[in-house]
Design a protein around this ligand. Structure first.
Ligand code: AR6
Length: 186
């Protein structure tokens, strides 16, 4: 398995080529949609492998806190059902609409909301997928810059989260993130 590690103060940020549903970090992050009711890509795999408890909790969150859906850039936490992790954080990345609709700000917000939520739960390890770069068509290079900058800025200010994984699903995506990481973490 491809893996590259970078150190930011006391936190290790690792890029790995893997399926995020195989990760045993405390948290895995889901690239969900506002409905929180599932979909394709990462979302489909998490619900399929994690089982129906995750969906039941998402439905409860919808009815009690977000009756009209989870806004883009926000994040919520559920248990992880049958997955190896303890929790799933569901966040909604922006749909790419050409780059002039604050897509980068919303993408940064999705990463930071997830990290803040993980931090508030006392979690020490977290895995992210490349949010928005599948169905939502955010260009991977731009997304990698936003993602890794957000992670760098967040982890540098704390010591609780000691491992952050970016879990990339294709060699091409992995290589794009690696090139960006070498710039941002140098
Ligand atoms: N593990 C890691 N990465 C994955 C996996 C996996 N199992 N499966 C796909 N990827 P996407 P989005 C990669 O489409 O763009 C869903 O229908 C994928 O190759 O999962 O944020 C939701 O319900 C890509 O690089 O998320 C929403 O409606 C990246 O993960 C919508 O898609 C993100 O692809 C969200 O779209």
């Amino acid at each position: 398995m491809e893996k590259s590690e970078f150190k930011i103060k006391k936190t290790v940020v690792a890029l790995v080529l893997n399926d995020i549903t195989e990760m045993d970090t405390d948290v895995i992050v889901n690239a969900a949609n506002s409905s929180l009711l599932g979909g394709g890509g990462v979302d489909g795999s998490i619900h399929q492998k994690g089982g129906s408890n995750i969906l039941d909790e998402c439905k409860e969150i919808r009815s009690s806190r977000f009756p009209t859906g989870l806004p883009t850039g926000q994040a919520v936490l559920t248990s992880a059902g049958n997955l190896k992790s303890k929790y799933v954080i569901h966040t909604v990345g922006p749909i790419w609409k050409g780059g002039f609709h604050h897509e980068s700000e919303f993408l940064e917000k999705a990463y930071l909301s997830s990290l803040n939520l993980a931090f508030s739960k006392g979690i020490s390890s977290i895995s992210f997928p490349s949010i928005s770069t599948g169905t939502y068509e955010f260009p991977t290079k731009e997304a990698s810059i936003v993602a890794l900058r957000a992670i760098k800025n967040f982890v540098a200010k704390q010591e609780l989260i000691s491992k952050v994984f970016m879990v990339l699903f294709s060699k091409k995506t992995y290589e794009i993130y690696l090139e960006t990481a070498k710039e941002i973490f140098k």
